[in-house]
Ligand binder design. Structure first.
Ligand SMILES: [Zn+2]
Length: 66
């Protein structure tokens, strides 16, 4: 199941989305992004917990009209 993390859930206004096939992949992408874009190099346990909670199943919206 694909996973997605919207940076906007942690850093309001940021349009970055991390995608991956597992939580680890998403975290890896996101860690690179916040290090570069938000200057957050040291990710504390608390921040990591917040990030993990913000990861969602990627839902592909379909126009399901009966
Ligand atoms: Zn961001």
């Amino acid at each position: 199941m694909a996973k997605v993390l919207y940076c906007n859930s942690l850093v309001p206004g940021c349009k970055f989305e991390a995608h991956g096939n597992s939580e680890e992949e998403v975290l890896g992408d996101f860690a690179d992004h916040i290090a570069i874009a938000h200057n957050m190099v040291n990710i504390s346990e608390e921040i990591l917990a917040m990030i993990s909670k913000a990861i969602q199943e990627e839902i592909r919206l379909r126009a399901a009209r009966a």
